[in-house]
Ligand binder design. Structure first.
Ligand SMILES: *Cc1c(COP(=O)(O)O)cnc(C)c1O
Ligand code: SF4
Length: 332
């Protein structure tokens, strides 16, 4: 039982951390002892800049090549056009109806709940996603009707944006509505908040998810071992102790984690937090992200190297999302 006042304090604390996020590259760089002139920054990025202070605190002071900084800093390269890179890299926009639901794969349906995030990752494949046409109460209501009518769906995935940016009130109401749909068995949340704002994984949220009828999987999103500090490890251990299944997905990113050392350190650190590596995604070619691309040959060689170093359960599946395919496709 969680006392109401402590749940309210918990919520106030993470909401304040959300509000306190950096919104200007210059102020983050200043705090890191770096200068804007050290970088070729995009003067007017199309995708806004946003970084939590918790996440920034794990960047190495004075290091212009820090792998966490590279994930969030809008570089002028984002303005370059590259063949094959566009606004809808995995063919999602055409599959959207007049509600919040995306159904691509058998037995699973994904709810796009919000366009908001605690951090803006430059490589995000939903940089140009039409959130205004998919989110909101009416569209969510229609999505729930569609889910209730489709008995083939066993698993609902809460996505966005970041679904844990929602307050407990609307989030718990949604979980309750999903629990009332008899053919649903599993609930999955895909969120970066356990990493970039670990206070969000407080006792109230964990208690609600653990007490629910649906078996619950939390898929976090970390790309580098340095993202997993003690606060995040503690939050994840609490989530595991509460009974959630914990997985991680990463994106393979040039200059961030494109080395076997970085990937091995990430897997090892995740395991210390009770999290198993799930997917290592090849970059979805969304406009503005070509400088993060790693070619398929190198990607496969990196994962071969990992396989030679680590137990099989610490090697993520290297996959690519291809529009129209029946699943995320494994790379050889
Ligand atoms: C990635 C994705 C899923 C989940 O796929 P898994 O292979 O089960 O992780 C489900 N729906 C959509 C629309 C997706 O993009
Ligand atoms: S948290 Fe996820 S949805 Fe949000 S910007 Fe990063 S990758 Fe995209």
């Amino acid at each position: 039982m969680i006392a109401r006042s402590s749940a309210a304090e918990e919520s106030a604390a993470w909401r304040k951390a959300l509000r306190d996020a950096y919104r200007e590259p210059a102020s983050l760089l200043d705090d890191l002892g770096l200068a804007s002139s050290d970088f070729d920054l995009d003067p007017a990025p199309r995708f806004p800049f946003r970084v939590t202070r918790e996440y920034a605190a794990r960047m190495v002071h004075g290091d212009a090549r820090d792998p966490l900084l590279r994930q969030v800093l809008p570089l002028a390269q984002e303005g370059e056009e590259h063949a094959g890179f566009d606004g809808d890299p995995v063919g999602e926009h055409a599959r959207l109806g007049d509600d919040s639901l995306l159904v691509k794969y058998s037995g699973r349906a994904l709810l796009v709940l919000t366009g908001a995030c605690a951090i803006h990752c430059r490589y995000c494949f939903r940089r140009e996603f039409p959130y205004a046409d998919t989110t909101g109460q009416r569209r969510l209501g229609r999505a729930l009707e569609r889910l209730a009518a489709d008995s083939a769906v066993e698993e609902v995935i809460l996505s966005g944006g970041d679904p844990l940016v929602l307050d407990d009130g609307p989030l718990f109401a949604l979980v309750e509505a999903l629990e009332a749909i008899p053919h649903l068995r599993r609930l999955r949340l895909h969120s970066r908040l356990p990493v970039v704002l670990p206070a969000r994984l407080g006792p109230a949220l964990l208690a609600r998810l653990a007490a629910g009828r649906l078996a619950t999987v939390l898929v976090i999103h970390a790309n580098h071992a340095n993202e997993l500090d003690e606060a995040t490890l503690a939050a994840l251990r609490a989530a595991r102790a509460a009974g959630l299944t914990l997985l991680n997905q990463s994106v393979l990113l040039a200059g961030v984690n494109d080395s076997a050392d970085a990937l091995a350190a990430l897997s090892t650190r995740l395991f210390e937090a009770g999290v198993l590596p799930y997917y290592l995604h090849q970059l979805d070619p969304v406009r503005g992200t070509a400088h993060f691309a790693v070619d398929d040959g190198r990607a496969s060689a990196l994962v071969d190297d990992l396989r030679a170093r680590l137990p099989g359960y610490l090697v993520p599946r290297l996959v690519r999302e291809v529009a129209g395919a029946p699943a995320k496709l494994p790379l050889p």
